[in-house]
Design a protein around this ligand. Structure first.
Ligand code: FAD
Length: 285
């Protein structure tokens, strides 16, 4: 049942400083509202427990894609449409563009933001596995300053993360690499569009001849948070790609993830598909 509109407050702010002052001075009273594509679903279902929101959608300080020699910095309000329109991201971070193109439909892509996808903290989000595989960092801001945290380890449990109630995600930084890399992204859902992932796999690798020099593998929907499969990566690093190493990697990944049964899929299916996608990725290398 739809929530009663007048029970809610959506406060406009003139600038980032005013938003941060509000979040700090009335700690826990206000939560950010960006594109609203997650929050409005809860609202429409009458399940939006929190009542007071600060509207950050119009803050220019949280917008824009900046390219520096070291990294590409995306404002937290960067939409999926903006991700797909950026040439540098297409060239150097194609998995993020693919994730953006497979997120919702056009309306969601025009309004949904990367910051919202991260802070919504769903293990089934589509951009988080790509961000993890690219070793992203987050810039968090509050009235008392800013800090940079690694995205790996940011989510500490289901819907839990290392961000205080007075903080906002200001930007996402993707470190640029001068090495040739292979990128592999695969979202498996019930259908091609407008489907939440059953599993989501993102991996980036550097290969030297037949040997894997380095790689990062991330998976969504196989644990309470999106996960980096560091033990599987360790098995594969410096190895020649052959049937034995593919089999060893499958065994290790099966130990490393713990999918569950839910309305979208079963634990069995998720595990089986994750391992098959891992194998497909290794064969593609
Ligand atoms: C029809 C439909 C289809 C969808 N399909 C997909 C899909 O295929 N894949 C997918 O991953 N998601 C999907 N989503 C979910 C949603 O669109 C994304 O998670 C989106 O990125 C959320 O961004 P937003 O700006 O709309 O977040 P909001 O709804 O505004 O906020 C979400 C949460 O993040 C917090 N927040 C937002 N911005 C910040 C910030 N800068 N700092 C701190 N906290 C912040 C808010 O307080 C809130 O808790 C879908 C949603 C709908 C309605």
């Amino acid at each position: 049942m739809r929530a009663f509109v007048t029970n809610y407050e959506l406060k406009p702010v003139a600038n980032l400083s005013d938003a941060l002052t509000l979040l700090a001075d009335e700690r826990d009273a206000w939560k950010p509202f960006a594109g609203g594509t997650d929050l409005m679903v809860l609202f429409e279902a009458g399940k939006l427990a929190h009542r007071k929101f600060v509207n950050i959608w119009n803050l220019p300080e949280l917008r824009g894609i900046e390219v520096t020699p070291e990294y590409v910095k995306l404002g937290a309000l960067t939409t999926y449409t903006e991700v797909q329109a950026n040439e540098t991201l297409h060239r150097e971070f194609p998995m993020l563009c693919q994730a953006a193109s497979e997120t919702g439909g056009l309306a969601i892509q025009n309004r949904g933001t990367l910051g919202g996808n991260i802070a919504n903290a769903s293990p089934a989000g589509d951009s988080p596995p790509a961000l993890l595989a690219y070793d992203a960092e987050l810039e968090l801001v509050s009235k008392s300053g800013s800090r940079i945290v690694s995205y790996q380890g940011f989510h500490t449990g289901y819907k839990q993360m290392q961000m205080r109630a007075d903080e906002l995600i200001k930007s996402i930084r993707l470190p640029r690499s001068s090495e040739a890399q292979s990128h592999y992204y695969r979202k498996v859902g019930t259908r091609k569009a407008q489907a939440i992932s059953k599993i989501c796999f993102a991996a980036v690798a550097q290969v030297d001849g037949e040997r894997i020099k380095d790689m990062r593998i991330a998976l969504g929907s196989v644990a309470p948070t999106v996960v980096r499969c560091t033990r599987t990566e360790d098995i594969l690093r410096n190895q020649k790609i052959d049937a034995a190493i593919v089999s060893a990697a499958r065994t290790e990944m099966a130990r490393e993830v713990s999918p569950i049964d839910d309305i979208r899929s079963t634990a069995n299916y998720r595990l089986r598909v994750a391992l098959n996608v891992l194998e497909d990725f290794l064969i593609s290398l």
